[in-house]
Design a protein around this ligand. Sequence first.
Ligand SMILES: Cc1cc2nc3c(=O)[nH]c(=O)nc-3n(C[C@H](O)[C@H](O)[C@H](O)COP(=O)(O)OP(=O)(O)OC[C@H]3O[C@@H](n4cnc5c(N)ncnc54)[C@H](O)[C@@H]3O)c2cc1C
Length: 462
Amino acid sequence: MANAQEPFPLTAYGASGLLARMAISPDHLSIAFTDKTLCTRCGTCAGVCPTGAITMGDDLYPVIDEDACIDCGLCTKTCPGGTVEYKHLTQITFGHDHDTDSFDGHVRETFVGKSTDPEIQARGAGGGIITGLLADLLEHKVVDGCIVTRMKPDQPWRGEAFIARTRTELLQSQGSRYMIIPVNEVFALLRREQGRFALAALPCQMHGYRLMQEACPELAGKIHLAIGLFCGGSLEPEVVTDLLKTKHLGRDDINGFEFRGGEWPGKMRALLKNDTIRDMHYSNYKDGAYNYLISLYMPPRCQTCLDGSGEFSDLSVSDAWTRDREGNYKFKGHSRILVRTERGAKALDDAVEAGAITTICVSDDPSYRTHRIQTRRKGVNAPLRVARLKKAGRAVPTYDRDTPDHTKKDVIKERVISGLIGLSRFPRLRFLVIKFLTSSAAIPLIKLRLVLKKRKYQKLKR
Ligand SMILES: Cc1cc2nc3c(=O)[nH]c(=O)nc-3n(C[C@H](O)[C@H](O)[C@H](O)COP(=O)(O)OP(=O)(O)OC[C@H]3O[C@@H](n4cnc5c(N)ncnc54)[C@H](O)[C@@H]3O)c2cc1C
């Protein structure tokens, strides 16, 4: 975490006797301390720990200083790893408990849009909507800072969360980092901060934040707006060094790394110290590398996550992938926005009114149902995986949603995808596969995939 300060002074928690070393009950700790495979690495436990006893380790799982732990149980109350109760999260977020049971979750209105600031738009993963909104909130002093991410300036192969307070800092945060970053550890910094903040976060991080609203209302009250990112799954952090290795590059060769650099939809590329840019892959992010990486580097907990749309945010932002009949993107360089709460609606309206972003309402446009594959993966494949693993006695998160209706084909598909994901257990083999798939020898495979995809898309449109 950037700008990490010393842990919160222990004396602030009363008599020193209370702080003496004590046996900590596992029931009072976040799930990582009993089963790492269920940990999302969202960083909430480190963020809410009142004594700074929990920090995120090098592998981005939490570590605990037992001497500093006061057994308060806040980390377990806010941990979204082991249990995801949709009704409960719905209650906290929307004030009622009617779970929609749909991939998109509760949606008031849907838009596509982009930032009107050419720099923000060009640097955005999509249309720079998240940063356009955050910049507008900062400019109009609605918030004092924004919780966002960037690649570490001194270790550009790793990501970090930080509080951006200026437009320049927001620009550093732009683009998607398809890797685990424990965003919510930044909540530890908020404890000492005055003022209001905005949060941009992935679904698991959003779950942690919502649970914090209940367990630590004062701390959570500092967050004025929660913007959710869609998420098809994150990647293990070593993906960057592995990609560099496929091109015979090391960590010391780079100044920066972009997952979606250059022209939309962007390419994975390394910014080298000799001022040149090296593509990690011959195709763009959408049609190339990410499709393999998501199978080969997806962490265990992401494989059993059912929330792909940031259901518990004030508004969620996704890519705007809709294509026309010819297979061309309808809204190149745009983002899609799902407005969920009144607060989200107001932030969007204000930004449009201030001229910071432009939007087109697509709520009633039936052709604007995107993310079909993701809906299937998260809405059917992942619940089937959860059910199968549970039956086999493996640890899986507990959900208060039933396994959806499915076909035999879905069952087979889940097994095939899980088989591929299983390769991640063999890092050497995984590296060889990635080396091949990111080499020019694999170009025919990408071309074939694109042809098949275009055909499928045209069929769907008929
Ligand atoms: C791991 C991951 C998986 C995703 N999967 C999908 C998907 O399957 N389908 C889809 O439509 N969209 C997905 N997205 C979201 C999409 O890539 C864009 O981030 C989103 O459309 C916003 O674009 P923008 O131009 O409005 O944002 P920008 O203005 O570019 O801002 C991007 C924001 O994302 C934040 N961010 C970047 N990386 C991370 C991270 N690792 N953790 C937390 N915050 C981060 C930045 O801090 C910044 O605030 C994913 C994003 C991530 C990080």
